[in-house]
Design a protein around this ligand. Structure first.
Ligand code: GDP
Ligand code: CA
Length: 322
């Protein structure tokens, strides 16, 4: 069976970890291929190094190297190198880069500098984290550098990098619009469209609908592939009872004029979504043309077991007859 998953960072990675756990427990090894299509709109160049936050969160989470409490970055991390950069007055200082994490960015930047594509680089990084052995292919959505920017206005109207808006300002500056710099030149990375068209099942984790899933959907051909795939597309709501579980999805949705409800988020996907898995609180969500199913417990990925039950439920709903 072939499963394609569109993923952002923490929400996507925790869902994927649950999915792999579920597959380990229910299917013979080697019978399922999971292709992950990761958002690269969060990418940024810092200190000359290319950083791909969502890709790295997936690598560390699936490779058992993630800092569990934060949900991103490396476990047992230290910050000696960045402290030294600060002594030199180098900017920015608001984006935390740990010493172990920096090794990933140095390796990536070195290989990109040698002319490898981001797909090829990501495959090398994924090999180090054991993804191929687990049946996982991790693809960046595109090999073309793209960066999400946010148009803000606090008296001075300007566009700032998504990371500056999110990490430095905690999404507190009202966002007027998201602009994905480079997307006009972007094409889907090799394997992305085929993974969607050739999938038996397509899953949308509870990733941010605007700045994670929304950015992937903007890559030319992705949305058409989702509309045309014979696979059932099943999504998991990132919104429970009118609020995001973590992060600032509500501030992102506000920029689109979309309410932060499970129902309204599914409304962004109606052209390709078959089934929407929601929290029991949102059981009455009604989305034209989409089947809404309430999970049997809170839709919270508290631990691997809970994530596995959510992913297993989504998978069952996507399989024929489910
Ligand atoms: P990011 O790139 O690190 O922000 O991560 P994603 O875009 O993949 O996921 C962020 C979204 O995941 C947020 O909108 C959260 O509301 C959602 N989320 C995180 N944890 C959970 C959870 O346990 N359950 C549900 N339903 N959604 C979650
Ligand atoms: Ca992200």
């Amino acid at each position: 069976m072939k499963i394609a998953v569109l993923s952002g960072g923490v929400g996507g990675a925790r869902f994927l970890r649950g999915l792999l756990h579920h597959l380990d427990q229910t299917r013979p090894a080697g019978t399922t291929e999971v292709t992950v299509i990761a958002n690269t709109g969060d990418d940024i160049t810092l200190f000359g190094l290319r950083v791909c936050p969502d890709v790295d969160t997936i690598l560390y989470t699936l490779g058992a190297g993630v800092e569990e409490r934060a949900g991103w970055g490396r476990a047992q991390e230290s910050f000696r190198l960045q402290a030294e950069l600060t002594e030199y007055g180098l900017q920015p200082q608001w984006f935390r880069l740990g010493d172990l994490d920096l090794a990933t960015h140095i390796a990536r930047s070195q290989w990109l500098g040698q002319g490898l594509t981001l797909s090829a680089v990501t495959a090398r990084l994924a090999a180090r984290w054991g993804l191929p052995e687990r049946g996982v292919t991790l693809l960046p959505m595109t090999d073309v550098p793209v960066e999400t920017h946010v148009v803000v206005d606090d008296g001075e109207r300007r566009a700032i990098h998504f990371q500056e808006w999110w990490v430095r300002h905690h999404a507190s500056l009202p966002a007027e619009q998201f602009v994905v710099v480079g997307l006009d030149r972007a094409t889907a990375a090799p394997g992305v469209l085929d993974a969607i068209r050739g999938a038996d099942v397509v899953l949308l984790p509870p990733s941010n609908p605007v700045v994670s899933i929304g950015i992937i959907l903007g890559v030319p051909g992705v949305r058409d592939a989702l509309r045309g795939t014979p696979a059932r597309v099943v999504g998991v709501s990132p919104i429970i009872g009118g609020a995001p579980v973590r992060g600032y999805a509500d501030a992102c949705l506000a920029a689109l004029g979309v309410p932060a409800t499970a129902e309204a988020v599914a409304g962004l996907y109606t052209d390709f979504l078959h089934t929407w898995l929601v929290d029991p609180t949102d059981a009455d969500a009604a989305v034209p043309g989409v089947r809404t199913v309430a999970h049997g417990e809170e839709l919270l990925m508290r631990d691997v077991a809970a994530s596995a039950r959510i992913a297993g439920h989504a998978l069952a709903l996507a399989e024929v007859g489910g």
